[in-house]
Design a protein around this ligand. Structure first.
Ligand code: B12
Length: 280
């Protein structure tokens, strides 16, 4: 890895890894090359970017301390607030650079996601993105089948949180890293995609590989609960409806506009409105 990339990666890791995140470098060009122009990141191809994902440890190391010590904003998912806070710390640690962050939940006014998190995870070598096109003669006819990323060490027990873009830092010689193909057979890919699409609430798709660590029972209960009951599960009060004080230390990044209440609803499947847990 180029010394500059290694140095920047180390600094971002020092900021995020103690809190249960992982980071993987990639070039914007690798991401844009796989997508139609509407999804392109509007930066020069050799621009350095980092994919950020959360591991099972994020719940104890970042979310719980965040919930206990911060004033939560009402109507915004606490996990999203926690991730925005930590991604904001990355920006603050590089005051000399033009760092932009796009979180997984951000959408354009037409509700198209600003970042296709799974494609980014694949090109960064973080987690293989299995799609129906990876299954020869697939059995699903006209059904819509969403793809899923599998991490070599955490299986499906992780979430993709966003990308950090380093405008002005160009790394044309960064060597691409292939993601580990940890579900190589057709039969296992079919099982994986069916579990993700039709049975995702039973968590089984996440065990597509034997993971090094899963979500704890407490974490699973938190994400399975309706949002209004989640804080109570951890013994915490609901956020106050009072306007937050200006000194509040919740830093959303410059590219992060106010989050709509349910950005996932309405994109691709306007009729689908399950009580999706944001980002477990
Ligand atoms: C909208 C959305 C939904 C919608 C629609 C899902 C869908 N994909 O159709 C709904 C509400 C149904 C949903 C449900 C769930 N979701 Co969801 N969802 C998203 C969201 C916000 C955007 C996905 C999207 O719209 N993609 C747009 C389509 C067009 O992209 P695409 O299918 O990948 O197509 C592109 C690629 O094929 C690419 N491409 C073309 N050729 C090639 C070749 C290669 C090699 C590659 C890499 C790419 C590539 O080009 C296409 C675009 O032109 C993402 C977060 C994000 N910002 O990405 C989470 C996300 C996909 N969801 C996630 C999860 C976990 C879920 C749920 C399990 C609920 C939950 N949160 O626990 C359920 C699963 C059930 C299901 N059926 O999907 C995770 C998946 C993690 C993983 N391991 O992959 C994500 C990444 C969120 C996260 N923070 O981690 N979701």
């Amino acid at each position: 890895m180029e010394p500059l990339v290694a140095e920047l990666k180390q600094k971002i890791e020092d900021t995020l890894c103690p809190f249960g995140f992982e980071v993987y470098p990639f070039q914007v060009a690798w991401y844009n090359a796989l997508l139609p122009p509407a999804f392109h990141l509007p930066l020069p191809g050799p621009t350095l970017a980092f994919l950020v994902l959360s591991t099972p440890a994020m719940f104890d190391r970042a979310l719980k301390p965040f919930l206990q010590s911060r004033h939560l904003q009402p109507l915004t998912d606490p996990v999203d607030q926690c991730v925005a806070y930590h991604l904001g710390r990355v920006r603050e640690s590089f005051p000399e650079l033009q760092i932009e962050v796009i979180a997984d939940y951000e959408v354009h006014p037409n509700r198209r996601p600003k970042i296709l998190a799974q494609t980014a995870a694949h090109v960064a070598g973080a987690a293989y993105y299995y799609q129906r096109q990876d299954v020869e003669s697939d059995p699903w006819g006209t059904q819509h089948i969403a793809g899923v990323c599998i991490h070599p060490r955490f299986g499906g027990w992780f979430a993709i949180r966003g990308v950090v873009l380093l405008r002005g830092i160009e790394v044309p010689n960064l060597p691409p890293t292939k993601p580990v193909d940890c579900v190589p057979t057709r039969a296992d890919r079919i099982t994986l995609l069916e579990r993700f699409n039709f049975h995702w609430r039973d968590w089984t798709y996440r065990d597509a590989v034997t993971p090094q660590e899963r979500y704890s029972e407490e974490q699973k209960a938190y994400f399975s609960a309706p949002p209004a009951q989640r804080l109570a599960l951890l013994g915490l009060p609901q956020p106050s409806e009072e306007p937050s004080s200006p000194s509040q230390e919740l830093h959303f990044t410059t590219l992060l506009p106010k989050k709509p209440q349910n950005p996932r609803r309405g994109w691709l499947s306007p009729t689908v409105s399950p009580p999706i847990s944001p980002g477990p």
